[in-house]
Design a protein. Structure first.
Length: 149
């Protein structure tokens, strides 16, 4: 279904539905975890795809504009060396618990968080499409190591 949404998005903007765009999105959907552009490029090349990094970046931009992909911020200061992305079909949440010391990331989903986001959007007259929540904390292992110092 989300591939249909992407194709409809492209057609509404008079953009071509190319095989390369389909391949990029299908590979993203096949990935179970966050990814960066380089890992996506490697996976596509391993499967025999002839695609450039520029095409991947352009397709990622279109997918984000369409709401089917999210850039995930995994650092508390908003600065990271490489952009990390996650597939995000309409309405899904991208919530993470991130250790500020070691970077360990635990994705989670809680209905209460979704309800609060929907309420906040509604209070301001917004139509919620999705949300992204990151909680930055120190994991038990890093707390233990800090206690040993």
């Amino acid at each position: 279904m989300s591939l249909d949404m992407f194709e409809q998005f492209l057609e509404e903007r008079c953009l071509k539905v190319t095989q390369q765009r389909r391949l990029v999105y299908e590979e993203i959907l096949a990935m179970d975890d966050y990814f960066d552009v380089d890992s996506l490029l490697v996976r596509l090349k391993q499967k025999g795809g002839r695609i450039s990094k520029a095409t991947i970046y352009r397709t990622l931009h279109l997918l984000m504009e369409c709401g089917l992909l999210r850039r995930v911020q995994l650092s508390p200061d908003g600065v990271s060396a490489d952009a990390v992305y996650a597939a995000c079909p309409k309405g899904c949440a991208v919530d993470n618990l991130v250790c500020t010391e070691c970077g360990k990331t635990i994705p989670f989903s809680k209905e209460d968080v979704c309800n609060v986001c929907a309420d906040v959007a509604d209070q301001h007259g917004f139509a919620l499409r999705s949300h992204c929540l990151n909680i930055f904390a120190v994991c038990p292992e890093c707390q233990h190591q800090q206690g040993d110092e």
